[in-house]
Design a binder for this molecule. Structure first.
Ligand SMILES: Nc1ncnc2c1ncn2[C@@H]1O[C@H](COP(=O)(O)OP(=O)(O)OP(=O)(O)O)[C@@H](O)[C@H]1O
Ligand SMILES: [Mg+2]
Length: 421
């Protein structure tokens, strides 16, 4: 080192030094071995808790190095969960997680306390399962309550995502009941339309109240009610169209193409059907999320993407900038209670980081949405079970994962598309 310090040109010094010339390749080999061992170790941890695939190597090492201190995971929860920003630990026993909080301050109390002891990847896996069990259980109560509870009660009793799915259960049940009876009972569709309109009026009335009053139910209440209104406006409009088109059969495509919400007693889970494809709600805790205005284009995207997913394919929304490709994919994920991992495929993304995201999505059963202005069509290739079978990494397969590259066509493509119209 001291000799090297004396020679200003480092390359000249190394070229003229025999010892260094022999030592450096060996050191480089050793370094490569270390890096290989390290990435093998990280892969092992990622295989145990696939959401670690979305955490960068350096961050993951930091998380793993603080395994004995469960509190240290707090800043990294956002990388592993959709909306959990804070886990509440028991005040006395600091190794027990009792509740999860979203960024807005809304919480869910876990049905069973999770012991944050042992390997971090193991207890995070338990925390994830417990989160899903808890959300599923609350939705089960909401499904039962939606049959008899008033809109106001249903709105204030539950968390934002649960109240929303509550009114979606109610809307589906009322609408299907009307469609079943439509042939025999004249005027039932009109009466149901009034019912839907009344629910919307009730929600608007809640939203008209002053901030102080709404804050009693939590500071996020206005956002929650507004989101419910956005979704309910669409639900009302759908049934107005059902009346306009004189639909009297539950099998009519005009009804079937909608996202319909049921409680599936056989599987004890919420079920969402779009056309002939059924999904089970994946019970991710979504906090208080704003939802998109559902336009006819959103509707069509839902039908197309759900059909693709039903065939184990992915979707690739394409269109001009800012038309909602990414948001529509994310919004459909919210409808199905999914964690959608959105990645911006810039220049800094290489095949390894993209591969990690796809592995994570496949193993954790999430959706990955890669947004790019230059996304190549090869990324849209179908996702079939068989594609993953020969992979060398652990073959833990989650049945409903998906990849949706959302791409802006290049200006030339866009021009030719416009001119061919
Ligand atoms: N149906 C909708 N309801 C409400 N807001 C919407 C809707 N569709 C799109 N937006 C809003 O438009 C903006 C652009 O949406 P988004 O980012 O999804 O577009 P994009 O097509 O993915 O754009 P880019 O090509 O730049 O990636 C967002 O702020 C989004 O909230
Ligand atoms: Mg986008």
């Amino acid at each position: 080192m001291s000799k090297g310090n004396e020679v200003p040109n480092l390359v000249n010094y190394i070229v003229g030094n025999d010892t260094l010339q022999q030592l450096l390749p060996h050191m480089f080999e050793q370094l490569e071995l270390c890096q290989k061992a390290l990435s093998g170790y990280l892969d092992q941890k990622r295989a145990a808790f696939p959401r670690f695939f979305f955490v960068a190597d350096a961050t993951l090492l930091e998380v793993l190095s603080q395994g004995s201190n469960p509190q240290a995971i707090q800043p990294h929860l956002q990388s592993c969960f959709d909306s959990v920003v804070y886990a509440e630990f028991n005040k006395k026993d600091k190794a027990k997680v009792e509740a999860l909080f979203s960024g807005e301050g809304q919480s869910i109390k876990l049905t069973q306390i999770v012991n944050a002891e042992g390997n971090i990847e193991d207890w995070l896996g338990k925390l994830l399962r417990e989160m899903q069990v808890t959300v599923s259980r609350i939705i089960c109560y909401a499904a039962a309550d939606s049959e008899h509870m008033s809109t106001e009660e249903l709105t204030h009793k539950y968390q934002a995502q649960v109240s929303l799915i509550g009114i979606q259960f109610k809307w589906t049940a009322d609408s299907e009941d009307a469609l079943y009876r439509a042939k025999a009972e004249k005027g039932i569709i009109k009466a149901t339309n009034k019912k839907h309109q009344q629910r919307l009026t009730d929600l608007v009335a809640i939203n008209m109240r002053p901030d102080q009053e709404l804050r009693n139910f939590g500071k996020w209440t206005r956002k929650k009610v507004e989101t419910m209104i956005v979704v309910d406006v669409h639900q009302r409009d759908v049934f107005v169209d059902i009346e306009r088109f004189r639909v009297k059969d539950i099998e009519d495509f005009e009804w079937q193409k909608q996202a319909r919400f049921y409680w599936d007693f056989d599987h004890d889970a919420a079920k969402i059907s779009i056309a002939d494809v059924d999904f089970h709600y994946t019970n991710e805790y979504l906090g208080v999320k704003e939802r998109l205005v559902i336009t006819p284009l959103t509707d069509r995207c839902y039908v197309t993407l759900s059909q693709a997913l039903g065939m184990f394919l992915g979707g690739a929304p394409a269109g001009p900038a800012g038309t909602g490709k990414t948001e529509t994919t994310k919004d459909m994920g919210c409808t199905l209670g999914k964690f959608v991992m959105v990645t911006n495929c810039g220049d800094q993304m290489d095949f390894r980081s993209l591969g990690n995201i796809y592995k994570g999505a496949a193993m954790a059963g999430l959706w990955s949405c890669s947004t790019s202005s230059t996304a190549s069509t090869s990324m849209c290739s179908p996702w079939r079970r068989s594609r993953w079978a020969p992979c060398s990494w652990p073959s833990r397969w989650a049945p409903r994962c998906s990849s949706s590259p959302t791409a802006r066509p290049s200006t030339a493509t866009r021009r030719s598309a416009t001119s061919s119209r």
